[in-house]
Structure formats: C-alpha cells, structure tokens
Design a protein around this ligand. Structure first.
Ligand code: HEM
Ligand SMILES: [Cu+2]
Length: 546
C-alpha cells in the first residue's frame, strides 16, 4: 500500500504547486510584518510603487495567505498523498497540468488588480466594496481548478476500484477524496456569488448588488473553506506523524467516520459568521450555531485518535506515564516537532472557536482583534506550521536532496510557535478590550491608552513570526539549490492498530454521504436563501474606499 509510485513527472507537478504556494507565503509574511509593526506604532510605509495603504496590505496579506498559500499547497499535497495511497499513478497527468495552469492563470488575473490596488476589498471581498472584474474572474478560475483536482482524484478512484473490487479504499486516498469532495460541494456558494452577482456587477452588466445575499453565499463557502485548510493537515496528523514518531494509527474506522462527519457538517453552518447581520432570522442562526458545536465532535474524534496514535509511538520509544510519554516523541525531527507544535496551538485555537461560535458570546468578540488572534492560531499556525512540517520531508523528496539544515528547521518551528503565542494572546486580549480588527489602529481617533502595551507585543510577536518565516523559506531554497545531503525517504503511512475491514462498510462509501450533505445544506440554508433571493434588490452601488 505504501510503495513509492510517484513518477518524476508527477513530482514536478507537485513541486510546481508548492513553488507558487511558497512565493505567496513570502508575500504573506512581508505584509504581515508591516501590519504587526503598524500596530506597534511604527508608521506604515505606504508608497505608490508598493503597498498604497494599510488596507491594501491587509487585502494582499489575506489573499496570499489564506487563499493562495493554502490552496496551492493543498492541491499539490493531496494528489501526491492519494497516489501513494492507491499505489497507482493518478490518471491523466495532462489533466493535472491543465488544472495547474487554470489555477495559475486565475491567480495572475486576480493578482494584477490586487497588487495594483484595484482590488483592495480584503480577502472576503464583501460588496458593496467593489474590485476590478479581473479579480473576481481570476479567483473563480482558481476555484474551478480545485474542482478539476477533485475530478482527477475521482477518476483515479474509479480506476483503482475497478482493479480492486470489494477492497476498502486506502485510508489516505479516502481522506484526500473526502476533503476535495467536501470542498467542491461547499464552494458552490462562492461560485454562485461570483457568477451571478459580483462578475456581472463588476463588468457593468448590472448596476447594483445586494450585500446581504452576497455575504450569505460567501459564508456558505467561507466556513467550509476552513476545513478545506484543516483536513489536509489532519491527513498528515493521522497518516504520517504517528509513523514518523514510530507508532501506529489507533483506529482506521474512527478516522473514516470523522472525515465523513466533516463532509456532512462543514457547510451547513456558515451563518455563524453572520450572527451580527440583520435580515436573517434568529432561528436559523441559532440552528446553525448548534451545528457548529456538532462539527466540533469530529475534531474531538481526531484529537483522541491522533493523541492515542502518537502515544503508541512514544511508548514504543520508551515513553512512560500518563502524560510524560509526550516528551519521548521525536522532538529532534523538525517535521514532527513543527506538526506537534501546530497541534498544540490548535487545541487552544479550537477552544477559542467554540467561544466565537456561541451565539451571544460572539457579539463580544465579533470583528475585534480577538478574531485575528484566533485565526492566526488556527490557519496561521495549526495549518501553516503543519504544512511547514510536511515541506521538511516533501520538498527534499521532490528535489532529490536532503534538507539543508535540520537545526535551522527546528529553531524555525519553535520560533513560529513562540512568536505566535505572543502575537495571538496579545490580540485575543486586545479584542476583549474592544480593539477592532481590519483597522490601521495607530491612526484611530478612538485609540485607547490601555491598548498600547499589548500592541507593542503584537509587534514583537509579528517580528518573530517574520524571522521564522524567512528561516523556513531560506532553508527550503538552500535545500533545492545547494544542499549536498542525500535525499531522505518519504515517510510511510501509519499502519492502523484496528484495521479498516473491522469497520462498517458504510464508512467506505461516498455517494450516500454526499447526498446527505446536500440535504443538510438545503435544510440549513434553503429557507434563508429562498427568502433573500425572493426579496433581493440589486441596488447597492459599488464603493472603492482605498
Ligand atoms: C509573519 C507572519 C504574520 C504576521 C506578522 C501577521 C500579521 C497580521 C496582522 C497584524 C493582521 C491584522 C490586520 C488587521 O486586522 O488590521 C493580520 C491579518 C490576517 N492574517 Fe496574518 N500575519 C502573519 C501570517 C499569517 C498567516 C501565515 C496566515 C494564514 C495562513 C495569516 C492570515 C491572516 C488573515 C486571514 C488576516 C485577516 C485579513 C483581513 O482581515 O482581511 N497571517 N495578519
Ligand atoms: Cu466558521
């Protein structure tokens, strides 16, 4: 099941995705540093040739980090993992390259207005903020590219199934397929917003737009996108890290069940981002708030399963005690250390998410710096540090050269973790003290003196993060260019303690679960969307504020 089948051309394709992802991350950390320093009181270096305003920077930062870095990494990583799981090459390398180029063309189309300050609308592009049409069409093409990734995995699954009738799908491939299926289903909200609202509006075909309907379609995709970022990290936590730590996967059926629950529960709860929006019935907001607590359950399953698997590794390495075994994990391996630190940060981030999800408590934290603290712990660390940990074996493998420096990689991981502790805790507290997000805060007329001390720590944490990010990118660059170390083997997949065959066959089906997922979306969103569409008035004019 784990023989190395990745052919050289397929490796190039993975490498191409990773290259784009890392260029985006470079832009992401530079803008992040400037924003962090602005918060600490340094003047924002606005310039007509670079970033024209703080808000231009925040838009570039959000798009590069959470739309480009994540999406391109995932579309390189998941097919790589799926192919190794199936132990057959993915179908049609040509489709793979077409997909890649669709995404790159889309990215370039979106990047031109973004960099040129014609799409300073933040990564959420809420109307009535209005961007250049190329931004919307470009992002739509990137999404279409992700659908093609799903198609390629689905076609490969068919080929594999024909060769292995009756066998259980290899778990890593199953996880990759479920993740991409979930995303494809969920991204329909965004596609509808783009195709029926934002693109015709930005092209001047319709005169106005309806912000509430647009926001609702956006968040139909905007919550599940966080699981699109997270599930690939989970794939690594389930399938690779336990093995890297010398252990076995605690339960295969439980892992399948948790992924299927994510397929069901990721999408029908985006209204929790609109708790403060007028014009949506409270009953539906409450219903989706409950579903949000429900989707916490598969994350708890994951927590249990992954910790139990890691424990088996640590005990095999001589670890003892109820908790002390944790110290026996291979902390000297940067790939493992980065990912375990990511997991630790996710424990805190996940609990914070429950606070955001609590209907009434949400009003305390909504649109404050608390939220910025939250998602830097989750997507900015749990996901990002995990992807960094994956890169520490994947990039050497693709390049055919060993990692340039393990010591630097270890230092980088700890630096990101500690920088983020400082950065994120300060922002959480600032939010509780009422500081808004998405604001050039040192210029705000309502600046509160009690924010000042903590804002300095935002600058310190942000600088540590930046240094860590530079060390990471430098290490990878030196790896692919000058490293003389021999290439390491790719980590094998963790063998389950309890085998797939022991679980219900239902856990290896996809179609019934997809149908159920569609039903859930219709139930949760149908009445609200029907009402918003029936009452829609496309009369809000566009604004360009920066
Ligand atoms: C050097 C590392 C980083 C630093 C110093 C940094 C700093 C910041 C700061 C200060 C803000 C607040 C902007 C505001 O609300 O006014 C921000 C926003 C944001 N950051 Fe980061 N960040 C970093 C890396 C990342 C990474 C790796 C991700 C995700 C993968 C990320 C995702 C975001 C998102 C989504 C926003 C919100 C943008 C918006 O409100 O439209 N950041 N960042
Ligand atoms: Cu959400």
């Amino acid at each position: 099941m784990t023989t190395d089948t990745a052919s050289i051309p397929e490796q190039r394709l993975t490498g191409a995705h990773l290259l784009v992802a890392h260029v985006a991350l470079l832009g992401g950390i530079v803008t992040g540093l400037l924003q962090g320093l602005e918060h600490a009181g340094f003047e924002f270096p606005a310039s007509p040739y670079f970033l024209q305003s703080y808000y231009h920077s925040v838009s570039v930062h959000g798009v590069l980090n959470v739309l480009v870095w994540t999406t391109f990494f995932i579309c390189g990583f998941l097919p790589f993992i799926a192919a190794r799981g199936y132990a057959i090459p993915l179908v049609s390398l040509r489709l793979g390259w077409v997909t890649f180029w669709v995404m790159v063309v889309g990215l370039v189309m979106a990047a031109i207005p973004l960099v040129g300050n014609a799409a300073t609308v933040m990564f959420t592009f809420y109307p009535p903020l209005k961007a250049h049409w190329a931004f919307y069409i470009g992002l739509t093409l990137v999404v279409v590219g992700t659908w093609l990734v799903t198609l390629r995995l689905a076609l490969t699954h068919r080929v594999w199934r024909a060769q292995h009738p009756g066998a259980r799908t290899p778990l890593p491939s199953f996880m990759a397929l479920v993740t991409m299926t979930m995303w494809t289903l969920a991204s329909i909200g965004l596609a509808a917003e783009m195709l029926f609202m934002l693109i015709p509006w930005s092209l001047g075909l319709v005169q106005g737009t309806d912000p509430l309907l647009a926001r609702t379609l956006f968040w139909l995709t905007g919550h599940p996108i966080v699981y699109f970022w997270l599930l690939p990290a989970y794939v690594s936590w389930y399938m690779l890290v336990p093995r890297q730590a010398g252990g076995r996967l605690f339960s295969d059926p439980m892992a399948r069940a948790s992924f299927l629950l994510f397929l069901l529960l990721s999408a029908p709860l985006g209204l929790h981002h609109q708790v403060a929006d007028p014009g949506i019935h409270e009953g539906w907001k409450l219903f989706q708030a409950f579903l949000t607590f429900a989707v916490f359950f598969p994350s708890l399953l994951t927590f249990f399963n992954v910790v139990a698997s890691l424990e088996s590794g640590a005990r095999a390495r001589g670890g003892t005690g109820l908790v002390a075994w944790f110290g026996r994990l291979p902390w000297g391996d940067p790939s493992v250390a980065a990912q375990i630190l990511g997991m630790l940060m996710f424990c805190a981030g996940g609990i914070g998410g429950l606070i955001n999800a609590s209907y009434t408590v949400n009003l305390v934290v909504h649109n404050t710096a608390y939220i910025v603290g939250h998602f830097h712990a989750t997507v900015g660390t749990a996901v990002t540090l995990t992807f960094m940990g994956i890169s520490y074996w994947l990039v050497p493998h693709l390049a055919g050269r060993g990692l340039w420096s393990r010591g630097m990689a270890l230092a980088q991981s700890w630096l990101w973790f500690s920088g983020m502790l400082i950065f994120s805790i300060s922002l959480h507290e600032l939010g509780l003290r009422g500081m808004p997000r998405r604001t050039m805060i040192s210029q705000a007329a309502y600046f509160q003196p009690e924010w000042k001390g903590l804002l300095a720590w935002v600058g310190v944490g942000g600088t540590l993060l930046f240094v860590s990010g530079v060390l990471y990118l430098l290490n990878l660059l030196l790896t692919v260019t000058v490293s003389r170390q021999p290439a390491p083997a790719v980590p094998e997949f963790a063998e389950p303690i309890s085998r797939a065959e022991e679980g219900p066959a239902m856990l290896d089906r996809l179609r019934p679960w997809v149908v159920l997922a569609v039903v859930m979306i219709i139930v949760a969103y149908g009445p609200t969307l029907a009402r918003l569409i029936a009452g829609a008035s496309f009369n809000a004019p566009g604004f360009r504020v920066w």
